[in-house]
Design a protein around this ligand. Structure first.
Ligand code: UDP
Length: 497
């Protein structure tokens, strides 16, 4: 860590990931990244997330010890671990009672956060920074109460941040929150976003009912982010340069992605909320590039009909596939979703699991394509592995990420031509798109593979010593340190005069 005026203030950040799989994973790797650069981190999971991780972990892993960072600490990183109630009992079905859960996170969680942060006054080294997922609504309130540097952690593309950031413009121009007659024409007034179609907005900005819990969270969180001292973003400058530059006019924002486990190897810190099936032996038996990996992430739901059409599409396409089919993909109270006898029909050619170590699977040479919901982590991971995508967005930012993947970067195809919210899938179209992606007759895969190699280079370059993400991270650390000094932290007591 850089010395300032000969002194060496040690940043200690409390880090709160959003209690969802796709947010916990990058937050864990952010913690490791910052700790490797001299930060002390106190990482806070909700008790529910913690219990799910421990329940799912393999015997012998660090999660066994009830402290997912025990291994990281042994390797010299100062990462401490705490858990906190999200306000609900452990047995409460958060997936089934979605709205009630988010309402609790919005209203009750901040009281637990306040108590935890209050109890950490007097820690050594003193707590100086709060890093909280951008979707939390209480960050500025807690940061100012405890005089902490307010750092917002954004786990989606800059494009999505920019659209939420400028909600006021979308409302003013009639593209959002106009009930049934939202404008349908191209949006051209968001700073740093040349043009975007309304159907590529995040699903919440396409809905006509704008009074839901999630909308209330969005209104509060994206007003609160404007009070952040710094925004860390899991994207890459060169991928979204115009959008990032425009945001930087408003606030200090640092693209430091892609945030992955070191060496893109299975993390030593347990992060999975479900038990992982090992697919390696099965993949070892398949030819290079012959297997389609299918996963719709950890959170979104699909209709039973769509799952059935995809199942038959996979069958008709005749490709090999690994399909992650979460038990709650339709709903946690409807788990019998595949057509009768399906698993017999795909024997030898298809492997269906409830969860896997995705980075291990997509970096296997047998994988040649990824049918994905376009979750941002999945997109980054696929680019890193040079695996082209077949896009099937279901919810939230996935529609917007699809635009980046298919329309802007041309590293993927749409699963169905009518790819918008509420579309219908047919098995024939799914089969045809799968063949095109995997290099079958009339395949588009050559162009996609060429483009994704270029995108992969951008990601790789960003993480080299002189790459943009490394430089941005260094700048961030300097700026945080200065901010800490401005806030007059009592770090002097550790300095020998
Ligand atoms: N993932 C995994 N195993 C699976 C499916 C997903 O490890 O079987 C990981 C994946 O590598 C990614 C995260 O879970 O890091 C999902 O995040 P993403 O942003 O893609 O989607 P979300 O789950 O947030 O919708």
């Amino acid at each position: 860590m850089e010395m300032i005026n000969g002194h060496d203030p040690k940043p200690h950040a409390i880090l709160f990931p959003y209690p969802l799989q796709g947010h916990v994973i990058p937050a864990v790797h952010l913690a490791v990244k910052l700790a490797s650069r001299g930060f002390t981190i106190t990482f806070v999971n909700t008790l529910s997330v913690h219990h799910q991780i421990v329940k799912s972990s393999q015997p012998g892993t660090t999660a066994d010890n009830d402290d997912i960072f025990a291994g990281a600490r042994k390797s010299g990183l100062d990462i401490r671990y705490k858990t906190i109630s999200d306000g609900f009992p452990l047995g409460f079905d958060r997936s089934l009672n979605h709205d009630q859960f988010w309402e609790g996170v919005r209203y009750v969680f901040s009281a637990h956060v306040d108590e935890l942060v209050g109890n950490m006054v007097g820690s050594e080294p003193p707590v100086t920074c709060l890093i909280a997922d951008t979707f939390f609504v209480w960050t500025s309130m807690i940061a100012s109460k405890y005089n902490l540097v307010n750092i917002s952690f954004w786990t989606e593309p800059a494009l999505v941040l920019s659209l939420y950031y400028h909600l006021d413009l979308l409302i003013k121009n009639g593209h959002f929150a106009k009930s049934h007659d939202n404008r349908k024409d191209t949006i051209k007034y968001i700073p740093g976003v040349e043009a975007i179609e309304p159907e590529d907005l995040m699903s919440y900005l396409q809905s006509t009912d704008t009074s839901t819990t999630v909308h209330r969270i969005i209104y509060q969180a994206f007003s609160d982010v404007k009070k952040a001292d710094f925004i860390l973003c899991n994207t890459v400058q060169e991928l979204e340069s115009d959008t990032i530059s425009a945001l930087q006019q408003k606030q200090p924002i640092y693209p430091i992605g892609p945030i992955f486990p070191s060496g893109f190897a299975k993390s030593s810190v347990a992060t999975s909320l479900w038990s992982e099936s090992n697919c390696t032996n099965w993949l070892d038996s398949k030819p290079t590039g012959s297997v389609l990996y299918v996963s719709f992430g950890s959170y979104a739901h699909a209709s039973k009909r769509d799952i059935e059409e995809i199942a038959y599409g996979l069958l008709l396409s005749q490709v090999n596939f690994v399909w992650v089919l979460r038990p709650d993909i339709v709903s946690s109270d409807e788990t019998d979703i595949l057509p009768v006898g399906y698993e017999d029909q795909i024997k030898g050619r298809g492997l269906i699991v409830t969860w896997c170590c995705q980075i291990e699977v997509i970096s296997h040479p047998a994988i040649g394509g990824f049918m994905t919901h376009c979750g941002w982590n999945s997109v980054l991971e696929s680019v890193w592995c040079g695996v082209p995508l077949l896009a099937h967005p279901l919810l939230t930012d996935q529609f917007t990420n699809r635009k980046l993947v298919v329309d802007d970067w041309r590293i993927g195809l749409n699963l169905v031509d009518d790819h918008h919210k509420g579309k219908t899938i047919t098995r024939d179209e799914a089969a045809e798109k799968i063949s095109r992606l995997m290099g079958g007759k009339g395949g588009d895969d050559h162009e996609l593979r060429k483009n994704i190699q270029e995108a992969k280079k951008i990601l790789e370059n960003a993480l080299t010593k002189i790459g943009s993400s490394e430089k941005n991270l260094t700048q961030f650390i300097k700026d945080v340190t200065l901010k800490m000094i401005q806030k007059k932290y009592n770090y002097n007591k550790n300095i020998k005069h």
